[in-house]
Design a protein around this ligand. Structure first.
Ligand code: FES
Length: 544
């Protein structure tokens, strides 16, 4: 390798786990960024070793990147275990990479610092500001309704990604990096810095230096991710109007630290936490505005009483130290506590005979008039069925219908893809309908919006009640009362359950088979059952 003792002797070996690849659009700048991190490691007297990781790009991974979050987590854990590594810098950003890398690091439990990839600059088109994902869905519907020419759609495609970085709405990427910061895994303020801001490179270099220091101080992830730190993550998820996907990921990350989080805890914290970030898709602005408006530190400093300020973070200081004195510079983007966007967070947890183990809805991104709604079901057995029939002019659907998608959960899809923002039927789009109640066991992109009930558990593919819904059944959604109910008798439900035939599994071998055999349900975080922290250290085999 060309090293001698001067390179290595007595120096902490710091792995830089890099999720760069040409299939991950959000991490295109990581080839350059990694050099900043390595420089910081060298400056602090460490020895950097860059190790490529599976990149799990959101855009191109099929059938869904969620299928591979746990594979990335296993790869990160076993890489940190298998090589002679003292500490690590984790480079992620695109949706699944933040939880995947942190889950692996938590299980291995050696000192780490997380470097979030940073959001893109704002999108622009014909004088309009464009937000990742959200404006794709919006203009895609306009194009489907015949109100936008294909040429304009192409211009939008060109203008929506002006720089390196991850989605710059409050999608899953921005949500998860903010949560990583609130939990204490990044340097202060790191998650808000746009990828192409020079401050991002400075942060990366500082992270390299910090990783070396953390090895000498033996500051481990298990000291950072306490129950209180998990609660900080949930509180910030609510205060920023974060993606519903965060619920699945937080439960999974906490599980790696041996902390059990119930779905209802999200609802409790949601109800006491004001929504302070006016960021799309629930709000008006984008992450670049958020950064210039003061960033996450300023937001956190508005709600110190709702956070556990004595939690330790990876810079060796407490969360309270890190947010002390942080100010808001734009009170439209980051609202002061006295003038929130909403007095409670945007996510609600629903229960009822349709979701005995829970379901979630991002109420902040739904139509207020649909939050209490009863209507007849229009059922699709799976994604292909929906794709084939949703625009059929003869589909018996009206604006009052409730669209139901089955077989879209962790095992059924498989991988619980982001199919939850089910398309509005074309004939209704042409009538001006832009939102309807939609229900599935899928997830939804953090950049999506609409009255979409998600994460229904147990999922339909394992015999959850969603499997028994039929066309024309009345379904009641009552978000204020946190209820989702299939309005059929208990006897009818049992008779449908008895007649139900389970679907054939999607995989018979390989990773897909491992996934189907061991993935847990949405309310349990969709981690593999054998990867939960069980209180026992994973043995480090002595091989001579
Ligand atoms: Fe990577 Fe949105 S596609 S964050």
């Amino acid at each position: 390798m060309g090293f001698d003792d001067g390179d290595i002797a007595g120096k902490p070996i710091i792995a830089v786990l890099n999720t760069w690849s040409e299939m991950n659009t959000c991490h295109m700048h990581f080839k350059v960024l990694v050099e900043n991190i390595k420089r910081g490691i060298l400056q602090a007297g460490g020895m950097p070793v860059e190790i490529p990781m599976m990149s799990v790009g959101e855009i191109y991974t099929k059938p869904t990147s969620m299928l591979y979050r746990n594979l990335l987590a296993m790869e990160a854990e076993e890489t940190l275990r298998g090589y002679p590594i003292d500490g690590a810098v984790l480079m992620g950003g695109c949706d699944k990479t933040t939880p995947g890398l942190l889950m692996g690091a938590l299980s291995m439990d050696i000192p780490v610092v997380y470097v979030p990839g940073g959001p893109m600059l704002k999108g622009a088109w014909r004088g309009e500001t464009l937000g990742s994902g959200s404006d794709v869905w919006k203009y895609w519907d306009e194009w489907r309704a015949g109100r936008l020419p294909a040429e304009a759609l192409r211009e939008i495609e060109d203008g929506i990604a002006r720089s390196p970085g991850h989605c710059m709405t409050m999608g899953t990427a921005s949500t998860m990096t903010a949560i990583a910061e609130a939990m204490g895994f990044t340097l202060p303020g790191a998650s808000s810095i746009p990828a192409s801001d020079t401050g991002h490179q400075r942060m990366a270099t500082q992270a390299g230096r910090q990783a070396v220091e953390n090895v000498w101080n033996d500051l481990k992830p298990s000291q950072v991710l306490t129950r209180e730190a998990v609660e900080n993550g949930i509180s910030i998820d609510m205060a920023i109007g974060g993606s519903t996907n965060a619920i699945v990921h937080i439960v999974a990350m906490a599980g790696r630290a041996g902390i059990k989080v119930e779905l209802d805890e999200f609802d409790v914290i949601s109800q006491r936490t004001p929504l302070l970030a006016d960021i799309r898709p629930a709000g008006r602005f984008l992450m670049e505005d958020f950064y210039l408006g003061g960033g996450l530190r300023a937001l956190m400093n508005q709600i110190p009483d709702l956070l556990h300020l004595d939690c330790l973070t990876v810079n060796g200081k407490t969360l309270g130290d890190n947010i002390f004195g942080a100010e808001i510079y734009n009170e439209q983007v980051i609202r002061p506590r006295t003038n929130p966007c909403a007095t409670s967070g945007g996510t609600a947890v629903l229960r009822g005979n349709l979701a005995p183990d829970g379901a979630v809805i991002k109420a902040a991104a739904a139509s207020p008039e649909l939050l209490t709604h009863t209507g007849p079901a229009v059922v699709f057995n799976d994604y292909n069925d929906m794709a084939a029939r949703i625009d059929d002019p003869d589909l018996p659907v009206t604006r009052d219908s409730v669209i139901v998608l089955q077989s879209a959960g962790p095992k059924g899809a498989p991988g619980m893809p982001e199919w939850g923002m089910l398309p509005i039927p074309k004939k209704l789009l042409e009538q001006g309908v832009r939102d309807m109640v939609r229900i599935s066991d899928a997830r939804m992109s953090g950049t999506s919006y609409g009255t979409c009930v998600l994460h229904v558990a147990p999922e339909s593919a394992i015999g959850g009640p969603l499997a028994f819904v039929r066309d024309g059944d009345q379904i009641e959604l009552n978000v204020p009362e946190r209820r989702i109910q299939l309005l059929i008798s208990a006897e009818e439900m049992e008779s449908r359950r008895a007649a139900w035939i389970p679907p054939k599994p999607h995989y018979h071998r390989g990773y897909g088979r491992l996934f189907l055999d061991h993935v847990t349900q949405a309310n349990e975080g969709c981690d593999f059952d054998f990867l939960h922290h069980d209180g026992e250290p994973t043995p480090d085999p002595e091989i001579h």
